[in-house]
Design a protein around this ligand. Sequence first.
Ligand SMILES: Nc1nc2c(c(=O)[nH]1)N=C([C@H](O)[C@H](O)COP(=O)(O)OP(=O)(O)OP(=O)(O)O)CN2
Length: 123
Amino acid sequence: MPDQINISDLLLRAIIGINDEERDKKQDVLINLTLHVDLNEAGKSDDICDAVNYRTITKEIINLVENSQFELVEKMAAEVAKLCLKDERVLRATVRIEKPGALRFARSVGVTIERTREDLFGV
Ligand SMILES: Nc1nc2c(c(=O)[nH]1)N=C([C@H](O)[C@H](O)COP(=O)(O)OP(=O)(O)OP(=O)(O)O)CN2
């Protein structure tokens, strides 16, 4: 399925990290997402009911991330992927989570994961 919804450079703030100073105050978290969805029906009907509403998913991610206190970026990425795959029209989600400036000498550090409905729900 080559169709995708892309959400780029969603810049949020969260408690994330294993160091004491990272547990005290929120830091920037940069999120990039690719949702693999069949866009054929929405492309024909021009009706939001036939589309995976990227606004809804983005609001849910903002709510999840900005209220989270994970230690690892891996865990945050896994939870974001799970949220994206709640809508059964999303077949696969690629999630990149970065912490800009968190690693000395590096501009940014992060992880990229890809999860399917089968990975998470066995379907
Ligand atoms: N696989 C992961 N490794 C690490 C994670 C993570 O989420 N997944 N997180 C951290 C820390 O929370 C932070 O992002 C980096 O901190 P640190 O290792 O202290 O990096 P610094 O460059 O600031 O270290 P210095 O010792 O000051 O050079 C670590 N690893």
